[in-house]
Design a protein around this ligand. Structure first.
Ligand code: TXA
Ligand code: MG
Length: 281
């Protein structure tokens, strides 16, 4: 237990905001049970209050204090994927503040697979509501240097994110499991929520999201302007790990455009494709 983690945990318990590493992206955390602290997250990020937050816990026991029921399917999925880049949406416990869930009767929960994140949550002893540690619609931080330090009262370091894109979000709230946001884990036998299916749409999944400042073009590069033709690594896991860091770096070059081809429409590429389409919109 480092003194940084003790200090960060104290700040969380006192209602402050702490940026911390996870295996997916860096998060901007607040005490999930403290409405005033959670309100500061929305304000700092410029995030609309219609976009619910994911609550991070140290273990299944802590997760179960946040939810009304724990279906068999949840137990089955977390056995396989936690700690890890999977968020489950479940019916919320009554005392989870409405601000965390954007007024929804459900809550997104996950146990992250990062030693610093787990040590922080354990030391604080409280569930931690955390979106990515960037301003709304901008690229998520996957390295310490991408973290917008003006957002947080304290920043914990944890190296580059191993996964590199946000967690897969699966809803178990309506009986039949559906994927609301693809990530790096391709779960067999669970379908994607169709965009036409209003009841299943993931709130807060704005079409423009995760965007670099530079114009991103999917497909053939424009003829005019000074741009960069990007190619993705052939392994989807590596591509996800490097995606935001590469876009952060290219953004600093002040190109007129960044162009690349979308990867194949297959389950292993679904997370990367989703982020690219949003970044280009
Ligand atoms: O990997 C991640 O998930 C990262 C790290 C920090 O854990 N967090 C993250 O948070 O990506 P954020 O706020 O950028 O995205 C959270 C998304 C929301 O936009 C929404 O789509 C979904 O999770 N979500 C959260 N709670 C939900 C709920 N009750 N019902 C449906 N979707 C929910
Ligand atoms: Mg985000």
């Amino acid at each position: 237990m480092t003194s940084e983690i003790r200090e960060a945990a104290r700040i969380l318990r006192e209602g402050g905001l702490v940026a911390f590493p996870t295996e997916t992206v860096y998060g901007l955390g607040a005490d999930a049970r403290n409405e005033a602290a959670v309100a500061r997250i929305y304000k700092a990020k410029g995030r609309p209050p219609t976009s619910p937050l994911i609550v991070h816990a140290a273990d299944v026991e802590m997760v179960r204090t946040l939810v009304k029921e724990w279906p068999e399917e949840a137990a089955r999925l977390v056995e396989r994927y936690w700690p890890g880049p999977l968020t489950l949406v479940l019916k919320k416990a009554a005392d989870v503040p409405d601000l965390v869930t954007a007024g929804l009767p459900t809550v997104g929960v996950r146990v992250p697979n990062h030693p610093v994140a787990l040590a922080l949550i354990r030391e604080a002893g409280i569930p931690v509501a955390a979106p990515s540690a960037n301003r709304f619609t901008q690229l998520s931080p996957t390295e310490l240097r991408h973290v917008d330090r003006t957002l947080a009262d304290f920043v914990l370091e944890g190296g580059p994110a191993e996964v590199g894109i946000e967690s897969t979000v699966v809803s178990l709230a309506d009986g039949v499991p559906v994927i609301l946001r693809p990530g790096v884990i391709a779960i067999e036998g669970i379908a994607y929520a169709s965009p036409a299916d209003g009841a299943h749409a993931s709130p807060g999944m704005h079409p423009k999201h995760y965007s670099p400042r530079t114009r991103l073009v999917l497909g053939p590069p424009p003829e005019a302007g000074n741009g960069y033709r990007m190619t993705l690594p052939s392994d989807p896991t590596v591509a996800a790990r490097r995606l935001y860091a590469t876009l952060h770096e290219l953004d600093e070059m002040n190109y007129d455009w960044i162009a690349l081809d979308l990867p194949p429409d297959s389950p292993e590429w679904a997370g990367v494709r989703d982020r690219l389409v949003r970044a280009a919109s």
